[in-house]
Design a protein around this ligand. Structure first.
Ligand code: NCD
Length: 340
C-alpha cells in the first residue's frame, strides 16, 4: 500500500446531488436509481483503488465509529478497512468493557461518542430497528451493518454487485436464496434490492424456515431445491441462524443438508455457468459442501473483496464532501435538509 495516497479521480471529488440520504438504514426504502448509484460508485472505487487494495484520501479528516453488539468477522473488518482505504480514522467500540455495563443507556452511549466529533456510526445489533432508532437521536450518519433478522443493506448490495459484475444487467436474472429465510437479514436486503433491479427471486428452504407469506414481497416460494436448481442463474446459500431460533426447525442437520445443501451432485443438474454466492460464515457440509464452496463458479471470496468497494461507496456517499462544502463538517450538510 503506497504511503502517499494518489489523488482520487474527478468523478469521486464530490457526492452527487442525486444522493440525498443522511443514513443507510435498509434497501427497502431506496429506489432502483439509488441502488444503481451505490453500485456504480462502488465500481468506481474498486477501479480507483486497484481492486480495493490502494488508498485514496477522499475521507481524510472524517471519523467513523464501528458500534458492533453482535459478532462479526467480515462486516466489521470490511467497514474498518474501507474507511481507512479512504483516509478516514476508525474507532472500534466494544460493548463489553464500555460504560453500558455501568448502566448507561445505548442512546446516551451513542450521544457521547457523537460529542467527540465523529461523522458516522456503523451499527450492528440483534434488535431490529436499532439503527433506525439511532438515526432519530443522532445528528451524524448511521449505517446499518445488520439489525437482527431485519436487514443488512451492505450485504445485499455486495451480493448484487458481485452478480452484476459477472452477469451485467439484473433484469430477468433468476436468483435462488436458499436456507434459513425466516431469520436472515441478508435474505431481506437481497429481496428488496434484486426485485427493484428487475431480477426474479425464488426463496427456498424447509417450510419451517420459508413461509408462504414471503410471496407478499413479490418472490416465489419453493421447498424443493432439486426443482429450482436447473432454473437458477445464481444461488445464494444462507446459513442456518441457530442463534436466532428458539426451537429446532428440522430433525437434524444431516437431514437438512441432505435436502438443502448445494453439492457437486446438484451442480451437475444446474446450468453450467451457475454462480454460487454465500454471505459467510459458511458451514461446510451444511448449506454447501466444500467442493462447491471452492469451485470456479463460487464467488464467495469475490463477495468479500467487493464488500470493501461497496462499503467505501456507502461511507463516501454518507460522509463525503458535497459540492461547495468540501472539507466542511457533516453538520453543515445536515442543515441542508438531506433526508433519511
Ligand atoms: C451475515 C450476517 O451477519 O447477517 N454475515 C455477514 O454479515 N457476512 C450472515 C450470517 O451471519 O450468516
Amino acid at each position: 500500500m503506497p504511503l502517499v495516497p494518489p489523488a482520487p479521480p474527478d468523478s469521486l471529488d464530490a457526492v452527487p446531488a442525486t444522493w440525498r440520504h443522511r443514513h443507510l438504514l435498509d434497501l427497502e426504502r431506496l429506489s432502483a436509481e439509488e441502488i444503481v448509484l451505490l453500485l456504480d460508485t462502488a465500481a468506481r472505487f474498486k477501479e480507483a483503488t486497484a481492486g480495493c487494495r490502494k488508498k485514496l484520501a477522499v475521507l481524510a479528516g472524517r471519523t467513523i465509529v464501528n458500534l458492533f453488539f453482535e459478532n462479526s468477522t467480515r462486516t466489521r473488518t470490511s467497514f474498518a478497512l474501507a474507511a481507512r482505504r479512504l483516509g478516514a480514522d476508525v474507532v472500534e467500540f466494544t460493548a463489553s468493557g464500555s460504560s453500558l455495563s455501568k448502566g448507561e443507556s445505548f442512546i446516551d452511549t451513542a450521544r457521547n461518542l457523537e460529542a467527540m466529533g465523529i461523522d458516522a456510526v456503523v451499527v450492528r445489533h440483534s434488535t431490529p430497528g436499532t439503527p433506525h432508532l439511532l438515526a432519530q437521536h443522532l445528528g451524524v450518519g448511521v449505517i446499518n451493518a445488520g439489525d437482527g433478522p431485519h436487514e443488512h443493506p451492505t450485504q445485499g448490495l455486495l451480493d448484487i454487485f458481485s452478480i452484476r459484475e459477472r452477469l451485467g444487467d439484473l433484469k430477468g436474472v433468476t436468483v435462488g436464496l436458499v436456507g434459513d429465510i425466516s431469520h436472515s437479514r441478508t435474505a431481506r436486503s437481497n429481496i428488496h434490492g434484486l426485485l427493484k433491479l428487475g431480477a426474479r427471486v425464488i426463496v427456498c428452504g424447509p417450510p419451517t424456515l420459508v413461509s408462504p407469506r414471503w410471496r407478499e414481497l413479490g418472490v416465489e416460494v419453493s421447498h424443493d431445491l432439486d426443482k429450482i436448481v436447473p432454473t437458477c442463474d445464481v444461488l445464494n446459500l444462507l446459513r442456518i441462524q441457530f442463534e436466532r431460533q428458539n426451537t429446532r426447525p428440522f430433525p437434524s442437520v444431516r437431514e437438512y443438508a441432505h435436502l438443502y445443501a448445494m453439492t457437486a451432485e446438484r451442480m451437475k443438474r444446474a446450468r453450467h455457468d451457475l454462480l454460487i454466492l454465500a454471505p459467510g460464515p459458511i458451514n461446510r457440509g451444511v448449506e454447501v459442501t466444500a467442493d462447491v464452496a471452492d469451485c470456479p463458479q463460487s464467488l464467495i471470496l469475490d463477495q468479500v473483496t467487493n464488500g470493501l468497494a461497496v462499503r467505501m461507496a456507502v461511507l463516501w456517499l454518507i460522509c463525503g464532501p458535497r459540492d461547495g462544502l468540501a472539507g466542511e463538517s457533516l453538520s453543515a450538510v445536515k442543515s441542508e435538509g438531506r433526508t433519511n
